[in-house]
Design a protein around this ligand. Sequence first.
Ligand code: PRP
Length: 211
Amino acid sequence: MRYLTFALGKGRLAKTTLELFEKIGITCEEMKDKDSRKLIFVNEELKLRFFLSKGPDVPTYVEYGAADIGIVGKDTLMEEGRKLYEVMDLGFGKCKMCVCGPKSAQELLEHNQLIRVATKYPNIAKNYFYNKKHQTVEIIKLNGSIELAPIVGLSEVIVDIVETGTTLRENGLDVLEEICPLSARMVVNRVSMKMENERIAKIIRDLKEVL
Ligand code: PRP
């Protein structure tokens, strides 16, 4: 039996993902050691391997077959647009992709003004403004702390994830438009889905039972 390899996005989703897998008997003790600098963890008994990567790299590993299965946010899947199967909504990591900014920016959105949009998600922002709203905007790619952009005058609005809304509130910003709901998804490599169908289908069945 060959190893089935899981790619997990580092950060918010990783802990919940591991807890969920534990519920269906898939464990990886090694991975719980927070001080470890190891990158890949093996469960010899179940012939499983797990690795943590940056979220946006998860769909890449899965598309190329370096991982059979990935757990990643819908935001990342939409942004990366990789060729893979999205097989399951895991129901955690729920949040929304939104256009946010100061209240005063609302009218710029309503009157189709040429505005600047800062975001970590240029493809999602482009698709929303160009294809859905038919509004020409300038998109500025940032890598984090996106809420800073309208505060310091880099952009009029941002496209970003809103979970509790605390970051917006504490920085005097509001949700101006909702783009779509998000949550964690399980994705599978297209070839693995055929070659390892039995094992992967069982994991999906077991997960559905506990969710
Ligand atoms: C995300 C997102 C918002 C924040 C929203 O950032 O970009 O800044 O969480 O969460 P809230 O609505 O619960 O306040 P993250 O913490 O992932 O860091 P980042 O600044 O690197 O994007």
